[in-house]
Design a protein around this ligand. Structure first.
Ligand SMILES: NC(=O)c1ccc[n+]([C@@H]2O[C@H](COP(=O)([O-])OP(=O)(O)OC[C@H]3O[C@@H](n4cnc5c(N)ncnc54)[C@H](O)[C@@H]3O)[C@@H](O)[C@H]2O)c1
Length: 725
């Protein structure tokens, strides 16, 4: 044994020609995956030194004892480490470069056997060796820019030298995971074989390198020297890429562009200089709020996944499901279920509705075929998983039912009691209602413990969130099965307690409340949209209302006003009500705050509409001037405060789940991390001050809770710096 640590062992092995080689294996004790925590990096340093001190070695194979190779750096450490400041981070990365360079400079050929996921720092480890062989099911990539940073352990230096700057820009700025065949094609790896043959393939490469058949020194020279591009080629490659990537990433995500700049700046340099450039840029990005929030997002997502995983473990199998109603939502649910492999009955009372539901599904599958994600055979197979029906014939074998009929409590009551009588005793019933209390819908059921809410968002195939709503009598088995089904559908379930609007709509409607007040005080709604879009929302509030549907919004608002009259009930008529009165329902009838025309692809395109502006004038009571900051504060404060209330009332259990629900459910700007992280970023005390100021003029919708005041006084935050939710 050359080295034995907690995560790394280095043993003496035998090469194909009987020569001694070092076998370095990552196998972190007590964990299911390998990650490069600071402790593991420190071990790697010791392991490499031990290898260097050893005599008579003729090669090195780096491998993994786990299913994944190395999933990356330990992101749970990031906030704590990044807090230490820019200079510390530069030093830290230069130290890692030293360790990695020591692998690259070993006096014999080296190879990595990539048996599974090799991401981020894991991918960068593989780049240190002369050669890489990859299992055919493994994946490799550099997702750092998605966290607001860039590959800082040599990825920006070694990858472009290995696969060319254009490919490297695509890998690094895109941040995607690459399959083995794609990696082989660009030259990121030297061979792809089934995992059983990985070691043999690695040993074969070493033997060929030692025999002079493969020139490992030339490979090294290529990886450590300047990039082979002349000035014009460089300019073309990088400037075009920057324009394209800037357009795609948008102004709020600086990391992909910074990564390209680092590759460009380092292109003409030798390894040491190029690495210094990379270290500096990494440290700078790590200091940004965007990075802080995106890392927080990753951690929150882990919290949410872990919780869902716990439910999933206790869940009964959900093998056959049914959806009642083949409308917009029912059709979408059927498609999503079939698309991910769970057979589903789709029942409606109208033949036309079923036809429409199926047509929509066919269209969505056909798009997948067009994009090369499905073959026509697979599409046909998936379509057979949706069984349309007008009767309850096969409902005796259904494990879980999603009710998605019209939003009318009487109809829902009738449908739910009817279906309860036809399914088996342990079938789980769920409702996709957006506004009716789950506890109330359970009242007429014989087995209310088997019932909960399963709230999807429109369009179902795109929106990642499913709110799983626990009514007063909902049992754990119902929640567990519903969470498991949502996961099987590829969605992110978040469990919340019952209240008007549940979590997401309860938070969204105060935001619309803020919008109505702004308009009434003279803000132009198109300007409000622009400001909020610049702030980071995918669409501004007026546009969003057009998408939601004005009648739906008015109805939901009534439910919210009834539930929380102190802050959400109002006497004044809102612009949204005026729209409904004038039959401007939004996108559904091509007229709302905007008018809608069809673009070339048949998709609705919004255009400004004088008539809408004229109508809105009816509700304008003042002509105030607002700065962009005013608009943002008036929109965001009610949303953030309602999120705080949901947390305080136990509607949602953790800040992590609350923030993720807003990001996944309504497109809260991800780089801002969520409502509670937004308050933390501003400082709770500062936020309370801002809200108090607005509450004086605008009333209880803007009034902070007592608990939030106490948090402000004691300096408490929603997230500790470690941000574990
Ligand atoms: N549209 C959205 O954006 C959205 C988002 C989340 C939740 N929801 C909720 O989803 C539910 C469905 O909404 P939608 O927009 O799909 O409505 P929709 O009007 O498009 O579809 C409702 C369907 O239910 C069918 N139906 C009526 N009575 C039935 C019965 N007894 N048995 C079987 N089918 C019956 C109708 O024929 C119709 O096809 C509502 O509760 C709604 O609040 C809607």
């Amino acid at each position: 044994m050359i080295y034995q640590g907690n995560a790394i062992t280095v043993a003496r092995g035998t090469g194909n020609g009987g020569e001694d080689i070092a076998m370095l294996t990552f196998d972190l004790k007590g964990e299911s995956i390998n990650k490069l925590s600071s402790a593991v990096v420190a071990e790697l340093d010791e392991a490499v030194q031990a290898i260097r001190a050893e005599n008579g070695l003729k090669g090195l194979v780096i491998g993994s004892g786990k299913e994944a190779f190395i999933v990356g750096a330990d992101i749970t450490e990031f906030h704590g480490i990044f807090e230490k400041g820019e200079a510390y981070l530069v030093e830290m990365n230069l130290k890692v470069h030293e360790i990695f360079n020591a692998i690259e400079d070993l006096p014999f050929p080296t190879v990595t056997a990539i048996n599974g996921l090799a991401l981020g720092g894991g991918c960068e480890v593989t780049l240190t060796t002369d050669f890489r062989v990859m299992g055919d099911k493994a994946k490799i990539g550099l997702p750092e820019t998605k966290l607001g940073i860039l590959p800082g352990w040599g990825g920006c230096v070694r990858l472009p030298r290995l696969i060319g700057s254009d490919n490297a820009v695509e890998w690094i700025a895109g941040g995607g995971e690459n399959r083995a065949d794609a990696a082989l094609k660009v030259g990121a790896v030297d061979a792809v074989v089934p995992n059983e043959q990985l070691e043999a393939a690695a040993l074969d490469i070493l033997a060929r390198a030692n025999a002079g058949e493969l020139d490992y020194q030339a490979r090294r020279a290529e990886k450590t020297g300047p990039l082979k591009l002349n000035a014009i080629e460089q300019m073309m490659a990088f400037e075009t890429a920057k324009g394209y990537v800037a357009g795609k990433a948008g102004p709020h995500y600086p990391a992909p562009i910074e990564a390209i700049k680092v590759i460009q700046k380092g292109a003409g340099e030798e390894r040491a200089r190029a690495q210094a450039i990379e270290a500096k840029a990494f440290a700078k990005l790590a200091m940004t709020d965007v990075c802080y929030n995106l890392v927080g997002l990753f951690l929150n997502d882990q919290v949410v996944k872990k919780k869902a995983g716990k439910y999933e473990k206790q869940a009964k199998a959900v093998k056959q499901t049914a959806v009642l109603g083949a409308g917009i939502m029912g059709g979408g649910i059927a498609y999503q279920s079939a698309s991910k492999g769970t057979p589903i009955l789709m029942k409606d009372i109208k033949e036309e509705a079923i036809e429409l539901g199926l047509k929509e599904s066919r269209k969505l599958f056909a798009k997948q075929v067009e994009r090369g994600k499905l073959s026509t055979g697979q599409m046909a197979e998936k379509l057979t998983l949706i069984r349309p029906t007008l009767s309850y014939g096969d409902f005796g074998h259904v494990d879980l039912v999603v009710e998605a009929v019209v939003e009318n409590p009487k109809v829902k009551d009738a449908v739910l009691t009817e279906v309860e009588g036809l399914v088996s005793e342990d079938t789980i019933l769920t409702s996709n209602t957006s506004t009716i209390s789950i506890t109330r819908l359970a009242q007429n059921l014989k087995r209310p413990e088997n019932f909960c809410g399963m709230h999807f968002f429109n369009p179902v195939h795109r929106m990642p969130l499913v709110e799983v709503i626990r009514g007063e009598k909902t049992g754990d088995a119902a929640v567990a099965a519903t969470v498991a089904y949502a996961r099987a559908m590829g969605k992110t379930p978040i469990v919340v307690n019952d209240c008007p609007g549940f979590l997401v709509n309860r938070v969204l409607f105060p935001y619309f409340g803020g919008f109505s007040l702004l308009v009434e005080q003279g803000a132009d709604f198109q300007r409000v949209d622009k400001v909020m879009e610049k702030f980071g929302w995918p669409m501004g509030p007026a546009y969003l209302l057009d998408v939601v549907g004005m009648d739906t919004a008015v109805h939901a608002n009534e439910v919210m006003a009834e539930g929380f009259p102190d802050r959400m009930a109002r006497d004044a008529k809102s612009a949204i009500q005026v729209m409904v009165e004038n039959e401007r329902l939004g996108q559904k009838n091509a007229k709302g705050f905007y008018a809608y025309e069809e673009d070339k692809k048949g998709k609705p395109k919004k255009v400004s509409d004088e008539q809408a502006h004229a109508l809105v004038k009816q509700v304008v009571q003042q002509e105030k001037e607002f700065s962009d900051e005013d608009i943002i504060a008036r929109m965001m404060v009610p949303l953030c405060l309602e999120t705080v209330r949901c947390l305080e009332d136990g509607i949602v259990e953790t800040p992590a789940e609350a923030d993720m629900a807003l990001i996944y459910g309504i497109g809260f700007p991800p780089f801002r991390g969520g409502a509670l992280r937004y308050i933390d970023a501003m400082g709770v005390a500062e936020f309370v001050k801002l809200a108090d100021g607005l509450a004086e003029e605008l009333g209880p919708l803007y009034a902070p809770t007592d608990k939030l005041r106490r948090m402000a006084e004691s300096g408490e935050r929603f997230y500790s710096t470690q941000a574990q939710g």
